[in-house]
Design a protein. Structure first.
Length: 319
C-alpha cells in the first residue's frame, strides 16, 4: 500500500522564520548565483557556506553562520515512534556466508526487518536503479549522492522502509525530481568526499518506522572500531536486507575505509554502531557515515562531519 501523502509543515527544533531569513534560495532561472562552489554571487567569500542542489535546478545556500548551528543540531540523535525502549541486544548474531566479497562473504540476512531500527532502512528504487537509504527524520531518507545524481538526476523514486522481498509492511512513498537533493561539489566534480544526498519524502513515514540517531566528533579516531553496514544488496534474493560488521581500517575527515562486505544496491546504507563512541553524543543504534562503494581493495563511505550534517539537518527542519 502507499502511505497517505501530506502537506509540508515545519518540523520541531527549527524555527521557520530563522531558516528563511538565513538561507539563500535561488531559483532555476539563475542557478549559478550565490553559489560558493563557482565563486560567484554575493556569498562567494563565505568559505563555510553549504550549497545544495535539487533535480529541478533549485539551489539553497546555507551561510556558514547557520551551517554551524545546523551541524550540531540534535547531536544526541532522535528515534521515532517505534524507537526502542528496551532494545535488548547491542550486538547482532551472524550465520555463515558463502560468496566471496572481500575475502569470505560474511554478510548475514536480517532476522527482524520489521523491528527498530531495521525497519528504518529503506529500499530505494529509482529510474536509475536501486540503492539503500535510511530514515533520519519523519520524512528525510539519507543516501549516497550517486543514488540521486549519477550523470543525470533521478526523476522518479519509490522509498520502501523495511521491505522484505515482496512484503512492504509499512507502505511506501513515491515522488520525483523535486524531492532529491545533493551538494554542489558532487554535481560539479563528483568528488568522493562529497558523495552524499537525500530524499525529502512526500509523506511522514518516519513516524511509523522510526529513525536512527546519529553522531560525529571531528577529533574522533574510529580506526579499530567495529561498525555495521546494512542494506539491500543486488546479489542476494530480491529486496532482502543483509548486514556485516568489521573494524574501520583508516579514516580521513570526510571518509571511512573498511572491509565490511557489501555489494551493488547497498550504496547509501548506514554505517552505524550501538551508542556513539564518544560518550553522550548518541545512544542506541546511531549512524556516523553513509556507505559509498569500493575503492581499491577496500570499501568506503562518507563520514558524518559538520558540512554533511548541516546539509541533512536543514532538510530535517523543512516542512
Amino acid at each position: 500500500m502507499e502511505t497517505v501523502s501530506r502537506g509540508r509543515r515545519w518540523g520541531s527544533g527549527l524555527i521557520a522564520a530563522a531558516l528563511l531569513s538565513s538561507a539563500v534560495l535561488v531559483g532555476a532561472a539563475n542557478p549559478a548565483a550565490a553559489d560558493p562552489a563557482t565563486g560567484s554571487g554575493s556569498v562567494a567569500a563565505d568559505a563555510g557556506a553549504v550549497t545544495m542542489v535539487n533535480g529541478e535546478g533549485r539551489r539553497v545556500t546555507i551561510p556558514s553562520s547557520l551551517a554551524a548551528s545546523l551541524a550540531s543540531r540534535s547531536a544526541a540523535g532522535a528515534a521515532g515512534s517505534r524507537a526502542a525502549a528496551g532494545v535488548a541486544a547491542t550486538t547482532k548474531s551472524r550465520g555463515a556466508g558463502t560468496n566471496a566479497v572481500i575475502g569470505t562473504d560474511d554478510r548475514t540476512p536480517e532476522y527482524d526487518p520489521l523491528g527498530y531500527p531495521w525497519g528504518a532502512i529503506v529500499y530505494l528504487s529509482t529510474n536509475q536503479g536501486q540503492c539503500t537509504g535510511f530514515m533520519l527524520s519523519r520524512d528525510v531518507v539519507v543516501t549516497a549522492g550517486h543514488c540521486v545524481y549519477s550523470g543525470g538526476w533521478v526523476t522518479s523514486y519509490r522509498a520502501v522502509p523495511g521491505k522484505n522481498g515482496t512484503s512492504e509492511p509499512f507502505g511506501s512513498c513515491s515522488g520525483g525530481i523535486a524531492d532529491v537533493w545533493t551538494n554542489s561539489t558532487w554535481i560539479s566534480n563528483g568528488s568522493a568526499d562529497a558523495d552524499y544526498g537525500l530524499v525529502k519524502l512526500t509523506c511522514d513515514i518516519g513516524y511509523t518506522v522510526g529513525w536512527f540517531g546519529w553522531w560525529y566528533s571531528t577529533g574522533e579516531n574510529l580506526v579499530g572500531t567495529s561498525m555495521y553496514i546494512e542494506g539491500y544488496p543486488g546479489d542476494k534474493p530480491f529486496a532482502t536486507m543483509w548486514w556485516d560488521s568489521d573494524p574501520i581500517a583508516s579514516q580521513s575527515a570526510t571518509r571511512l575505509f573498511h572491509s565490511i562486505d557489501t555489494a551493488g544496491g547497498q550504496s547509501g546504507a548506514p554505517i552505524y554502531h550501538y551508542n556513539s563512541t564518544v560518550a553522550g553524543l548518541c545512544s542506541g543504534w546511531c549512524v556516523t557515515g553513509i556507505h559509498k562503494g569500493a575503492v581499491g581493495s577496500q570499501n568506503h563511505g562518507t563520514r558524518f562531519n559538520p558540512t554533511v550534517m548541516s546539509f541533512i539537518n536543514y532538510w530535517i527542519g523543512q516542512p
